[in-house]
Design a protein around this ligand. Sequence first.
Ligand SMILES: Cc1ncc(COP(=O)(O)O)c(C=O)c1O
Length: 388
Amino acid sequence: MTLMYRKTYALIDCDILENNVKDITSKYDYKYYFGVVKANAYGHGDYIINNLIKGGVNYLAASSLEECLRLRKRNAEIPILCLEPIRQEFLDICSINNITITIPDMDYFKEMDLSLKLTVHIKIDNGMNRLGFKDKNEVKEVYEQLLNSEGINLEGIYTHFGTSGMWDKHFDNGLLTFKELTSLIDLTKIPIVHLGRSLTLVQHPKPDFVNGIRLGIIMFGFDQKMSEPKGLRLIKRNHYLKKHGISPITYTNDLELKTAFSLHSEIMCIKDVKAGQYVGYGAGYTATQDIKIGIMPIGFADGLIKQNQGLNVIINNKEYPIIGELGMDMTTVLIDENVKLHDEVIIYDDIKKRTKELGISAYQLFTLISTRVPRVYKEKNKLTEVNY
Ligand SMILES: Cc1ncc(COP(=O)(O)O)c(C=O)c1O
């Protein structure tokens, strides 16, 4: 199948990703669908961007210039927005490579060379206190100077919400703050206005002045559906919302998304361990009876965190527990006589279940998997291995 010597890899189903995006873009009406593919496309790897584009993504966004340039190598045409500010001395690289930059505040703007041929988006801080302008007069000044500048193309304006506003007023306040901070400019003169991310898309209506949405975790199979409170819980909730003046959210949606990521390894050695003998570092596991164990070439350097100890892996459709201390490169699984040398091990393929078991978010689970682990892409029936 692949060139890999060590049989540990993440399998990514590109067709699923493409269908996810098709489903989203057909059910929510925006003009610009940004595929947020920072951190190597949420751990799935940049290779997938062309599947996202086939699904309907028409703009990409990443965190750093390094990430954006890697994306540019994979696709020469698609516009790419860098979400974090890029140091001024590298802006010519953005110009050459058609990378759209974010202007995060006045300090940054004052240092900019306005004769550069650049496409820019202004970032507004609606209360999160990370990146963005917080003063409407500054927004006006920047907007006017950009519109009158020779080289700069003021293409977009955006903000990012710190919470989904399910239990707090921050989302509502943030939206009002955005409107207030942009009240001295003509938003219709800026081609792309994008405020939200996955949760915003499914939980809040699209304001009429908005035409772009940034899709992140939702593309990777997280539809963000929640069960709507019922009975007494619903009454209590409505009372809470009314009391605090919080606008209601949409709990559920028609999306039919799937996750596309699974982590695989193999049984590279099998050992018999007698009752009373220990297994692994720190003698972290002692056999209480005669057992059979399998050693897998995967460890914490691959992103398999300690909390996986005790959780199950799947071999030949049967579950077996991980035992002992996880090593940097090797992990032990308690097996039986049905397991043979070189049998494939699915470390996990049910991402939602695994994140619950580990007590971490899917964002973390995906991005934990290090670049030491090759990504194998399944498209139709073709497999492609990529090492990052
Ligand atoms: C500015 C910005 N927009 C959009 C996203 C996508 O978020 P999500 O994955 O929740 O859709 C992120 C991710 O953190 C982000 O930083």
